[in-house]
Design a protein around this ligand. Sequence first.
Ligand code: ZN
Length: 444
Amino acid sequence: MTEMLSLTASLAPKHQEIVIGHASLIQGPFLTPIENGAVYIRDQKIVSAGPTAHVKAKAPNAAFLDASGYVIMPGLFNAHTHVALGFFRGLGHGKTDLIESFLFPAEKSLTPDLLQPLSYSYIYDGLRAGVTSFVDHYYFSEGVARAFETFGVRGWIGETIADLGGAFPGRESWNRAKELVEKSKFSSLISHLIAPHAADTVSFELLKECADYARINKIPLHMHLSQTPGERERVKSRENLSPVAMAAKAGALTPSSLVVHLTSADRQDLQMIKDSGATIGYCPTSTLFYDKLASIEDFYALNIPLALGTDCAASNDNADILEEVKIASLIARDHKIPLESLTPDHMLAMATTIPANVMGRSHDLGTLEPGKYADLVMLKQSLSSEPRDNLLANVIYSMGSRDVTHVMVNGSWALWNRDLPDWDENQLRADYMEAVKEIRNRIK
Ligand SMILES: [Zn+2]
């Protein structure tokens, strides 16, 4: 007799074998959605996915979770973020010197003990928007990793490396980064990145060391690149190269490179990105908030892979990647990008398969296909999203993070009925607010 489970039960089930069925199933971009679909999960992985009757027949011993009235889709990536900067939420409005007057002094006052609690808010925000994989870049990132582990989500951590600028300039940051990779012990949810800060804050020699280390150790490289006109000028006068050309010369542009923003890159730079096979981390809200949008016409004309990120609360008050998908699509329409490049499948790929690919994980993340890890998001359908002739368009344009109810990462529930199954949200909030108070006190 199959054990029947309900999505509205007060406690999240902890079964080794479970079928979630009778759902509207989106397995991933460019895969035909299935009405009355199911996913069969054993331990951490997806064993089978397809029509409910078909999947159920393969899983006679699994518990059955009835997901009638819900969408199941792949867990989403946030491909560029600094989750510990949640304490900036709301401060960026109406100020032009926030980075110099608050961000830099605040970062100089950071100590490792603050990083874990400071990361809680932005991770929680992202999780409730369906993010199961966070690609981060920050100082003292061991604390950031502990925060990802607290929520049971996947995190790629990259210790910010900079010898010529930033909060802690010097080669010490590079030693800290290597030590983190070589000595720290984390759960299987945590992966490493090599994270040079940007082309103006990192010397050519150090960038080359970082690129060599990343290549030899098969670790993805994640850096800001050509993110402001100032960076472009500084690198030009120092190296007589554009930031992108400097990165290319240092060996930092490969198919395992995630380079972020490119707002001051020209067509020649972008051609170099294209030729290298690197992916651009594209954060439309963040770049619109502080600076200017990149030449997205060139991104699309050159067909460069784009992975969406929210960046951080200093330039984007929320971590809502579903909102970012919609915004990216609308901006592209405004820039007259051909509509055939902006289908709902193309938009979903920017938050699933494309970031999974640059992280070297297309074999086990990014879609809900057999053999992949069970990272999935469930959204509750309602009167407000009917009718739904095109299921994926419905999710992106009619629904949103407010409809995300359940999130599974690695076969375990990280969000259950919009709550954390293993934590008291108020306790995490208290720890976070205490850390926010502390950092604000330090820079008074
Ligand atoms: Zn950033």
